[in-house]
Every structure is written in structure tokens, then in C-alpha cells.
Ligand binder design. Structure first.
Ligand code: BES
Ligand code: ZN
Ligand code: MN
Length: 519
């Protein structure tokens, strides 16, 4: 028995798998087992329920022709529009309480030339969030616009309130998307956008969860649960012992100060033949900085340092559930960056899967370390036709671009343009930042092949991108997305309530659908 145990330990096999539903290290007392409060279910119909608060989306000061209001209400609305000088431009809104026999009527403007139905509906979700009445959203000209409204309303009504005690857990009144073509809209929604919305919700939940709940092993369990019974999907997970055998010294090194073991997870969705598109995400379930400890202010937000990993896994979820004809591998590089008596130190040298050595100058530049091993392994084992990595990599990108654009790096214009096109269609904005050979000098090491950080004053986001570029062959189309400025919002936007944004899911979903090998 004893020899069997020792043999099993030597082989790196855990005899009793640790329970991962509750924190395995710590009190073990779960703060909650509840869900977030109910969201409004989405309905599609040709008319609005009589008791619903009504949102009307307009592309100018004139009311849409086909509206669920009677003639006298229409006249009263036109008088209110004139009196308030409501022009119906993008971003305009006007709330009329107790109007036309309804709890409220909300007018929302969107651009006539480039109407954004999702954003308009997200605005409705937020403006009407405090009413218990049913809601109806009108003004969509066709079924596609209606499905976009359903997506926008769902993204806009997201909340993370599962840790609040004493909440009333009653079902929420529905929202009806009103228009001609309700059946076609419902089909579009259930076939596609509802899965995209679910994927964004999955990402936001993982980002919002405290690091006592989401650590590498529980991230994997949440992923497995989300993909249960989804066809065409395989999930491969490497634990620390497996990664050590593969010489993944960079990824394992980051997690070695934490008792919560690191993981590398590859979620493959095979909806087409040929090589995959690889999406690799940084998954630091908490970034304390390690021995290069961060200051306290804002450190709590480092529970969301796994946003990139959540976004790539969620993208695979959306693609798989909507049965998109694509082949993707979503890779989550999962570790907790903590100080501790076994934590790695500034000055340490580690070796990666591919054999390169890295001098650790700051244990707080850990995202690029976990990505180095994850990227090399993905390329070696899956031979993708292209690779996109996404990471909350540097505070520097937030200082440069703020909260509306993620930083995008690419070696070639073709790849950059492809990403820009996906940003355009998805509504998640990117701004290209430069790779320049001079910045690469910032990561030259005296004693190893490369170092992970420097004090030379090179732009931080670019230095990070160059570090990652070191592990990507020149011939492989590659883009790096630095989302450290956009993964968490201080204030609400129509599609993103304050807090976790789920940034990247809509973008990568759109990218994967249009990027095929050889095209
Ligand atoms: N996770 C942080 C980056 C970050 C900062 C994300 C703010 C979200 C909000 C990352 O691991 C980090 O610590 N980066 C350092 C890099 C430096 C040590 C080279 C930074 O940006 O200061
Ligand atoms: Zn980090
Ligand atoms: Mn860090």
C-alpha cells in the first residue's frame, strides 16, 4: 500500500482529487451558493404588453411609423419630443414617467446612418432597471435589429449580486422586443446571440468572483460545467506536475508561491477541418505582484487578472454552442501570483517549455511568463494557422488608451486589419500600438536569453508585447491584445454595467467566424 502510494505520488497522480467547489485552502466556508438575481427573460412579439414600460428607439426626432401606441398617445409623444427638443441623436434619451397609460415611456436615440440597436437596448435595460413592471422595446426595423436588441438588453442588464444577503429571489418580469418578424428574430437569438450573451455573462461572473472562489482548479471546474454536453468540444488540462515534466518553468514559477496549483487548460472546439485558430488568455486568478508586492490601493481588482483566459474560454463556448463552422483552441494559462516562502524571487532564472531562459526582474511582470509557456505549447502541439493572445498585461496600456480601447499589437498590417475589422463589427474597440526594435532592447538580459521587465523607460505595453513576440515565430500570424485598461469599468456604459466588462468575447467571436486558414 505504502509503495503504491509513493509510486502514485512519484507519477504525479493525485489519489483523492481535491474538492474544488469550495476553496480548498482557507476556511472552506463558502460565502454563498446562490446565483445572481434573475434577469428579465427575453420575448419577441408584434405588440407590447399593455402594462409594460415602453422604450422606443429612434433614428431622429420623428417617431418610427410602426409603434405599439394609440393615436392620442402618439400625438402626446410628438408634443413631448417638440417641447423637450429631443433630436434622437445617438446617446440621447428622454424618460417620460406615467405616460400614455404606461408606467413610463423612454425615448432613445441612435445614429440614422449607423444604427446601433444593441447599444440602444442596453441603454433601455439600464434606464429601466429599477422598475418591476414588464418592459417592451420598440423601433427595430427588422428581425436582425430585434435580435441585436435582445443581445444589447441582456448585456446591459447584467449584475453580480450573488453575495448580497436578503435579496428577494422572485422572477423578473420579461422584456418584449417588439417588431415585425418576431419569429425570425427569435430564431436568430436562440441560434446565436443568446450563446454570445451567455458567454459574456460567463466571463463577467468569473472576473467578478473573488479569488477565494476562482483559482486555477475552480476556473477549470467552472469551464467543464459550462461545456457539459456541448458537442464537438474537448478539454485538456495540465496540472503542475505535468507542466513540470514538460519544462514549463515560467508558468509553474509564477504559481509556486501559492498553495493553489497552477493549470494549463486547452479547450478545443472542432466545428471545421484544418488547423485551428489559437486564442491564448492570461489567467492570473489573483495578482498580488508576488515578492515584487503591489501596493494595497486597488489590489483587490487583481482578482480580475484572469480576464483574458475567461474571454478565450467563453469565446469557444459561444462558438461551440452556436455550432459555428470553425476550429478554435482556447488556452487558459492559470496561476495565482502570491508571495510565500516558496515564491520565486526577482533575479531568478527560469526555463520555458521551448528551452529559452528568462531572468525574472519583477515577479509582478507575471502575465508574460505564463503566456510564454502557454503560447509555445499551443504552437508545438496544435500548429495553429494564427494566434491571438489576450491579457491584462500592463497598467501602461490603460494610461495610454483609457477604458474605451484595448491595445493591439501585430507585426503585419494584414493581421492588424483583420483584428480592426472584428473590432468594428463587434463594437469592442482596439487601437494599434507599435512594436519597434528599440523597445525590444529593454528586455535583453545579461545572464539569460531575455528578462521579463526593465527600468529603462521603454513604453511598458510595447515592452510587454515584445516579450511575448519573442515566443512567437515570425512566420505565424499573431496579434497581442492588452486589455488591462478595459477589463473592468469604473462607470457604466450601455452594454457594460460598472464592473466586469467581459471584454474580448464579442471581438474574438466575430474574429473566429471570419478568419479561416489560408484566407
Ligand atoms: N496585472 C498587471 C497589470 C494590470 C494593471 C492589470 C492594472 C489591470 C490593471 C500586470 O501583471 C502587472 O503587474 N504589470 C506591471 C508590469 C511591470 C512590472 C513591467 C505593470 O503594468 O506595472
Ligand atoms: Zn498581472
Ligand atoms: Mn503583475
Amino acid at each position: 500500500m505504502k509503495t503504491a502510494l509513493i509510486a502514485a505520488l512519484l507519477a504525479g497522480i493525485a489519489l483523492t482529487p481535491a474538492p474544488v467547489t469550495a476553496q480548498t485552502v482557507g476556511s472552506g466556508v463558502a460565502a454563498t451558493n446562490a446565483q445572481n438575481s434573475a434577469e428579465r427573460p427575453i420575448l419577441f412579439a408584434a405588440s407590447a404588453p399593455a402594462d409594460a414600460a415602453l422604450a422606443i428607439v429612434m433614428t431622429g426626432a420623428a417617431l418610427p411609423g410602426d409603434l405599439p401606441v394609440d393615436a392620442s398617445t402618439r400625438t402626446a409623444l410628438e408634443a413631448a419630443i417638440a417641447a423637450e427638443k429631443f433630436t434622437g441623436e445617438a446617446g440621447d434619451k428622454l424618460l417620460l414617467r406615467g405616460f400614455g397609460g404606461r408606467p413610463s415611456v423612454l425615448l432613445i436615440g441612435t445614429d440614422a446612418a449607423r444604427p446601433d440597436w444593441a447599444t440602444a437596448a442596453g441603454t433601455a435595460a439600464q434606464e429601466l432597471s429599477s422598475t418591476n413592471a414588464p418592459v417592451a422595446v420598440a423601433g427595430a426595423p427588422d428581425s436582425t435589429a430585434m435580435a441585436q436588441m435582445a443581445l444589447g438588453y441582456t448585456l446591459g442588464q447584467y449584475r453580480f449580486d450573488r453575495y448580497k444577503s436578503g435579496r428577494e429571489d422572485r422572477p423578473a418580469a420579461p422584456v418584449t422586443i417588439v417588431g415585425a418578424g418576431a419569429d425570425a428574430a427569435r430564431a436568430e437569438w436562440t441560434g446565436r446571440q443568446t450563446h454570445l450573451a451567455e458567454a459574456v455573462r460567463f466571463t463577467r461572473d468569473l472576473q467578478s468572483e473573488p479569488a477565494s472562489v476562482i483559482y486555477p482548479a475552480s476556473f477549470v471546474e467552472r469551464t467543464r460545467a459550462a461545456f457539459a454536453r456541448v458537442p464537438g468540444v474537448t478539454i485538456e488540462v495540465l496540472d503542475e506536475a505535468a507542466m513540470r515534466r514538460l519544462n514549463m518553468g515560467a508558468l509553474v514559477g509564477v504559481g509556486q508561491g501559492s498553495p493553489r496549483g497552477s493549470r494549463l487548460m486547452l479547450v478545443t472546439y472542432r466545428g471545421a477541418e484544418g488547423p485551428p485558430l489559437a486564442l491564448v488568455g492570461k489567467g492570473i486568478t489573483f495578482d498580488s505582484g508576488g515578492i515584487s508586492l503591489k501596493p494595497n490601493a486597488g489590489m483587490w481588482a487583481m482578482k480580475a487578472d484572469m480576464s483574458g483566459a475567461a474571454a478565450v474560454v467563453a469565446t469557444a463556448l459561444s462558438l461551440a454552442k452556436s455550432r459555428a463552422p470553425v476550429h478554435v483552441v482556447a488556452v487558459a494559462a492559470l496561476a495565482e501570483n502570491m508571495p510565500g516562502d516558496n515564491a520565486q524571487r526577482p533575479g531568478d532564472v527560469v526555463r520555458t517549455f521551448g528551452g529559452q531562459t528568462i531572468e525574472i526582474r519583477s515577479t509582478d511582470a507575471e502575465g508574460r511568463l505564463v503566456l510564454a509557456d502557454a503560447i509555445q505549447y499551443t504552437i508545438d502541439r496544435r500548429q495553429p494557422f494564427a494566434l491571438v493572445d489576450i491579457a491584462t498585461l500592463t497598467g501602461s496600456v490603460g494610461a495610454a488608451l483609457g477604458s474605451e480601447y484595448a491595445g493591439m499589437f501585430a507585426r503585419d498590417d494584414t493581421t492588424a486589419n483583420r483584428l480592426a475589422a472584428a473590432a468594428e463589427t463587434s463594437g469592442e474597440a482596439l487601437w494599434r500600438l507599435p512594436l519597434h526594435p528599440t523597445y525590444a532592447k529593454a528586455i535583453k538580459s545579461d545572464i539569460a536569453d531575455i528578462k521579463n521587465s526593465d527600468a529603462s523607460g521603454a513604453p511598458g505595453a510595447s515592452a510587454g508585447a515584445h516579450f511575448i513576440a519573442h515566443f512567437v515565430p515570425e512566420t505565424l500570424p499573431w496579434a497581442h491584445l492588452d486589455i488591462a485598461g478595459v477589463d473592468w469599468r469604473e462607470s457604466s456604459a450601455p452594454l457594460t454595467p460598472a464592473g466586469a466588462s467581459g471584454f474580448g468575447v464579442r471581438l474574438l467571436d466575430s474574429l473566429a467566424r471570419q478568419w479561416r486558414p489560408g484566407e
